[in-house]
Design a protein around this ligand. Structure first.
Ligand code: HEC
Ligand code: HEC
Length: 227
């Protein structure tokens, strides 16, 4: 009960300041989604849609990213990490903490059902609007030389390496998540095997506008429809 009260208070606060959804696809907030009515669809509608949008398209004002381009493996791993305190527990991780509080009650089977629902029942999101400007041609060089080895040449990710799709992600979230690896806010928990790999790599783009240039390149790649 206590947890629910905290969650509702949090949502009340967040929703009241969540009017501005600049940077999400323009049709997102009015997109109607028809779901099966399964238990996981009910969890999605009752517990996730308020922040991530009914179609999982993301909401910049709430810091909640688009989810529909991610793979079931990656979605399930992140949800388990939020529930188990591997992600979102760092004292400076305000966004991660909001997310972790929101999913604390999920069981392992809720998590695998939700990961399946997000990748099969939610419609693929449109490419998110760009909110960060950068030199995409310069960014492409960095991307090809540094990022593509794990995230694949077209930004579709590689589950065998635990690397998520980056194409289709909101640019503001690409930036904030990259920054969290760089600052040790994400990827430093001892049980975060894949997060540690990304955290070790993050200093590669620690200088100046490099990350904005790479993000400008990634944001132009077409999102995939997750399998
Ligand atoms: C209170 C708002 C809120 C609610 C409710 C919420 N989320 Fe989140 N979610 C977030 C935020 C904010 C982030 C980004 C955290 C960060 O920046 O590290 C996030 C991140 C995620 C991620 C990680 C995405 C990635 O690319 O790594 C997944 C997966 C996710 N949420 C799924 C869900 C699901 C499924 C539910 C419902 C069971 C849910 N969320 C409910 C706010 C929320
Ligand atoms: C050695 C392999 C490797 C390389 C190279 C790599 N990454 Fe990653 N990256 C990963 C893994 C693994 C994850 C998932 C970590 C986790 O679970 O937290 C990840 C996660 C991310 C995320 C978080 C996505 C999300 O949905 O939350 C971003 C953003 C990211 N990488 C950007 C980059 C960029 C930009 C580059 C190039 C400068 C890059 N990565 C190079 C392995 C790599």
């Amino acid at each position: 009960m206590c947890r629910l009260a905290i969650l509702l208070a949090l949502l009340g606060f967040l929703v009241s300041c969540g009017g501005d959804s600049t940077g999400t696809s323009s049709t997102a907030s009015v997109m109607s989604v028809s779901l099966s009515g399964s238990p996981s669809a009910q969890i999605w509608q009752g517990q996730c849609a308020a922040c991530h949008g009914a179609a999982g398209e993301g909401n910049r004002a709430l810091g909640a990213p688009v989810l529909t381009q991610l793979s079931t493996d990656y979605l399930a791993r992140q949800l388990n990490h939020f529930v188990n305190g591997v992600r979102g527990a760092h004292p400076d991780d305000a966004a991660g903490k909001r997310m972790a509080l929101s999913v604390a009650n999920l069981s392992e089977s809720d998590i695998s059902d939700l990961a399946a629902l997000i990748t099969t029942e939610l419609p693929p999101a449109a490419r998110p609007a760009a909110t960060i400007s950068g030199d995409a041609a310069r960014g492409e060089d960095y991307y090809v030389n540094i990022c593509s080895a794990c995230h694949s040449g077209n930004g579709q990710g590689n589950d065998a390496l635990g690397a998520p799709a980056l194409a289709g992600l909101n640019d503001w979230y690409l930036k904030s998540s990259y920054q969290s690896y760089l600052e040790g806010i994400r990827g430093t928990h001892p049980d975060d095997f894949y997060g540690a790999q990304m955290a070790r790599l993050a200093p590669a783009l620690a200088k100046g506008d490099d990350i904005d240039d790479v993000i400008a390149f990634i944001t132009a790649l077409p999102p995939r429809r997750a399998p």
